[in-house]
Write a protein that binds this ligand. Structure first.
Ligand code: ADP
Ligand code: MG
Length: 288
């Protein structure tokens, strides 16, 4: 016979856009005391549009910043890359082909374009390399900003805007009613992270987070006695998903993230996690 828990969890997942990989995850979901969300594509839609392009080096125009950045981004699947390519197409940019393209895990992308090394990176990358952030970069709190380095020097930056998912608000109400702390860890800048956190009324956030720091955040919460669930979508999130008490891979995710996770959140919808927790609690309250 199929154990009741398995039968129930299969039914829950089928209806709710969840794939439960680890049988105990459904039972464990009612113990969650802290939820650590990633931002892009989970709490927000992950649908970026370019709002500003700025040159900070007289050798490179605004158009040149976009042209070189898009050479790299055409090889990336990140939502930021999709937004930049959309802009390049609108502007009818002739996008050059990059050589030696690769991702700098959780920090950006790099390649050689027309014999020059080019990078498009996060604020965390600049911090790590002691490159000062231009003072007007964060003039709008709602914007995500990525930085374009040419020959290791800052040439300009591109600002993009994303929107909060309407389901995030509803999900967070459910978590709050159930005394679950809701936190966010993102590679994005402090100002944008704070704006999203305040809009959603989160209990806290971590900004400009580098990949290895996600594991440390999970451990710190666990030391404080929290039973931690965490969402993540990238290869770089896999170690933290493994460390969390309940690891939730978002979307189709990358294979590595999905393989490490206990649960796969098929539609990237935070509301599905809320339903899982409510259903878990209701089921076990009835059984006891
Ligand atoms: P998040 O923590 O928001 O899910 P990721 O871990 O996917 O973000 O990436 C962390 C940061 O690295 C992003 O906020 C962005 O600044 C930078 N980044 C990652 N991939 C790219 C890319 N293809 N182009 C530009 N920046 C990128
Ligand atoms: Mg991510």
């Amino acid at each position: 016979a199929i154990p009741l828990v398995v039968a129930i969890s299969t039914a829950v997942s089928a209806q709710n856009g969840l794939l439960i990989r680890n049988r105990t995850a459904f039972e464990e979901s009612r113990k969650i005391s802290a939820l650590l969300f990633d931002k892009t594509g989970t709490l927000t839609k992950g649908d970026f549009g370019v709002t500003r392009i700025q040159s900070v080096d007289d050798n490179y125009s605004q158009d040149e910043v976009l042209r070189l950045a898009s050479a790299l981004e055409q090889s990336s699947e990140h939502p930021i890359a999709v937004g930049i390519i959309k802009k390049a197409q609108e502007e009818k940019v002739t996008i050059p082909n990059p050589l030696n393209f690769h991702a700098i895990t959780g920090k950006g992308v790099e390649a050689t374009v027309e014999d020059k090394p080019v990078k498009v990176v996060s604020p965390g990358f600049l911090r790590d390399n002691n490159i000062p952030i231009p003072k007007d970069a964060y003039s709008d709190a709602a914007e995500t900003v990525v930085f374009v380095l040419i020959e290791e020097k800052l040439a300009g930056y591109i600002a993009l805007a994303d929107e909060i998912r309407s389901e995030s608000q509803e999900a967070i109400q459910v978590f709050k009613k159930n005394d679950i702390k809701v936190l966010m860890a993102t590679g994005d800048n402090e100002k944008t992270a704070r704006a999203v956190s305040e809009k959603l009324g989160l209990d806290g956030y971590y900004a400009e987070v580098l990949p290895h720091e996600k594991v440390e955040i999970v451990e710190e919460l666990q030391r404080k006695g929290e039973f931690v669930a965490m969402t993540g979508d990238g290869v770089n999130d896999a170690p933290a998903l493994a460390k969390a008490n309940v690891g939730i891979a978002v979307g189709s995710g990358t294979d590595v993230a999905a393989e490490t996770a206990d649960i796969i959140l098929v539609n990237s919808n935070p509301k599905d996690i809320a339903n899982l927790i409510l259903f878990g609690k209701a089921t076990y309250n009835k059984m006891i």
